[in-house]
Write a protein that binds this ligand. Structure first.
Ligand SMILES: Nc1ncnc2c1ncn2[C@@H]1O[C@H](COP(=O)(O)OP(=O)(O)OP(=O)(O)O)[C@@H](O)[C@H]1O
Ligand SMILES: [Mg+2]
Length: 253
C-alpha cells in the first residue's frame, strides 16, 4: 500500500480536484483506492462528489466507529473517508490517539493499494502530520507567483523535517505542458540551490473550464468529461505515480 498526501503552500490551488481525480484515475487502472478527506478547515470531498456519509471520521475520532466502518463507496469502486471537522479535533488529541488512528490507516493495507489524503494548505503544523506520514507528497501549485513562493516555503518545511521525503510538484491551471515544465524547473532550481536536492515531476494539469462545471455539478471531472484536457492530464499523472511506486518497490526488493 502507498500513501500519497496532496497538499499546497497556498489555499485554492486545486488540491481537492487533484485528489479526487487522481484517485479515480488510479481506480480506472485497477488499483484499490481509499480517498481520505484530511482537510482541517473545511472537509468537502463529500460535497464535491455528492456523497452522503452517515458516519464520518468524526465518529472514528470519537471512538464510535472504526475507520473501516466509515468508508463509503464512491465511483469506480473507490472508498471515501469523509471528514467533517474531525481532523482538527484529531490534531489536538494526544500522540497516543493519533498513533491509534494511523494504525487504522495501516490496517487498510490488506485490501488497498493507494490511500490518497486531501489535506489543507501546507504551512499549518497540523497538516504536516499527514504529509510526514505519507510516503509520497504532491505539492499542487498554480503559475501565480505567490502560489509558487508558498509551494517552495511548504517544500522547505517538509524537507527540513524529512530530508529524504519523496516530493513532486503538480503545476495546476497551466496553459500547456511547457508552462508546467517551466514551473517545475523554477521550483527545482530553488530547491537545488538552497536545499541541495531536486523535486519530482509527474506532469501538470491544464486550465480547463470543465473543471468548474464539474465542481458546480458535484460530479468528478473524470466522470463528467473523461476526455477533457485536464482529465487526460490527471490520468497521465496517475499512471506515472503508479509506475514510480512500482520502481520504488523494485528498488526495495
Ligand atoms: N485545472 C483547472 N482548471 C480550471 N479550474 C480549476 C482547475 N483546478 C481547479 N480549478 C478551480 O479552482 C477551484 C479550487 O479548486 P480546489 O477546490 O480543488 O482547490 P483546493 O486547493 O482544494 O482548495 P482549498 O485550499 O480551499 O481546499 C475549483 O472550484 C475549480 O473551479
Ligand atoms: Mg480542498
Amino acid at each position: 500500500m502507498r500513501t500519497i498526501a496532496i497538499t499546497s503552500g497556498k489555499g485554492g490551488t486545486g488540491k481537492t480536484t487533484v485528489a479526487i481525480n487522481l484517485s479515480l484515475a488510479l481506480a480506472e487502472m485497477g488499483q484499490r483506492v481509499v480517498l481520505f478527506d484530511a482537510d482541517l478547515q473545511l472537509a468537502n470531498v463529500d460535497v464535491a462528489m455528492n456523497l452522503k456519509a452517515e458516519r464520518t471520521l468524526q465518529h472514528v475520532v470519537a471512538d464510535e466507529a472504526s475507520l473501516r466502518d466509515v468508508l463509503v463507496p464512491g465511483p469506480k469502486n473507490i472508498r471515501v473517508a469523509c471528514g467533517g471537522s474531525a481532523i482538527r479535533t484529531l490534531m489536538t488529541a494526544g500522540p497516543k490517539k493519533l498513533a491509534l488512528f494511523f494504525d487504522q490507516i495501516e490496517e487498510l493495507a490488506s485490501d488497498t493499494d493507494f490511500v490518497v489524503f486531501d489535506t489543507a494548505a501546507g504551512l499549518d503544523n497540523r497538516v504536516q502530520t499527514f504529509v510526514q506520514r505519507a510516503q509520497d507528497t504532491l505539492v499542487v501549485t498554480t503559475p501565480d507567483p505567490t502560489s509558487v513562493t508558498d509551494a517552495y516555503a511548504a517544500i522547505k518545511t517538509f524537507l527540513r523535517k524529512e530530508p529524504m521525503a519523496s516530493i513532486a510538484v503538480v503545476p495546476n491551471l497551466v496553459s500547456d505542458e511547457k508552462e508546467g515544465e517551466t514551473l517545475h524547473h523554477t521550483i527545482q532550481a530553488i530547491t537545488k540551490a538552497f536545499l541541495n536536492r531536486g523535486v519530482d515531476y509527474h506532469g501538470s494539469v491544464r486550465n480547463d473550464p470543465r473543471v468548474t462545471v464539474s465542481v458546480r455539478k458535484r460530479t468528478p471531472l473524470i466522470e463528467l468529461a473523461p476526455s477533457s484536457p485536464a482529465a487526460q492530464d490527471l490520468r497521465r499523472i496517475a499512471s506515472r505515480v503508479a509506475s514510480a511506486r512500482l520502481t520504488r518497490q523494485g528498488l526495495a526488493a
